[in-house]
Design a protein around this ligand. Sequence first.
Ligand code: TYM
Length: 337
Amino acid sequence: MSDFTPRVFSGIQPSGGLTLGNYLGAMKRFVDMQNAGTHETIYCMVDQHAITVWQNPEDLRKNTRELAAGFIASGIDPEKSILFNQSQVAEHAQLGWVFNCVARMGWMKRMTQWKDKAGKNSENASLGLFGYPALMAADILIYHATHVPVGEDQKQHLELTRDIAMKFNNDFGTDFFPITEPVIEGAATRVMSLRDGSKKMSKSDPSDMSRINLTDTADDIAKKIRKAKTDPEPLPDTLDGLADRPEARNLINIYAALNDQSPDAVVAEFAGQQFGAFKPALADLAVAKMSPISGEMARLMQDQAEIDRILKRGADRAREIAAPILEKTYDLVGMVR
Ligand code: TYM
């Protein structure tokens, strides 16, 4: 893999309602990778993935701009990183088609996210939802990205991306596509619901109390943390003591990720204390870290022309990398150009 430029790609769906899970599992880590300066960083609003399930057109437009504002408010600098909207760079869908012809039905049917999302009604799910992971592989490989930061829930899709790259390379006798490394690191790769420690924090959970939204007010954030499900025990001395206490473990992980600490250090700091003491400390920390982001998002949303300008420039920069990679792919496949 040494021949490939160190390059990070990741994407988020503009399907509305960014959560603390998206922020800690993805956006905050995208910012850290941008600022580390060790890789080129490319971040994308994947609107073509969003439409694999129904999106109201007006909402999709608003959510795409709001996600762009969320990226920038979280610390993505459109000068340092390439920030753009997927449908503005046609090469994603074009390479996606080639990968539809590389990926096997059997591979796709094993995707747990497909099984979860399509559920019992899979006959009625869109073809796009089934092919979703092949387009995701195209998002990554159209830039020859070497590293992809994501939350735990995307792990299987990244394994499929590697399988697609390997099969393409093998079928066409080349080493053209890198075998991308997933980057699933830190305390918050799986932020859980505040109401049920066995469920992922998600924008689709029917209970708004289960999640912190990036647009929540300081009062909302504090209230949700105060009411978060816990148990009556005090915090233990070490992390091992939280093995069977998923809700408590989740709050510790959130605190650690927000404060750039390890979960061990947080447990050591609060050892022996009750949630009556820990929760207010967590609420203060969450408000201090999240409120400036929601404030900045709201400010940026007032100038949509500026957001659109940033996205257009990001798309132009993205295309400069993507276009030659698509051309070479077509050439390898034997398409006359
Ligand atoms: P999406 O839009 O569902 O989520 C965006 C990112 O947020 C992470 N995430 C979480 N992390 C920790 N705890 C949670 N509760 C939580 N909820 C969400 C996700 O893991 C993800 O990193 N398929 C992707 C979008 C995508 C993509 C790509 C990602 C399309 N193409 C190429 C990487 C590379 C998705 O649906 O993410």
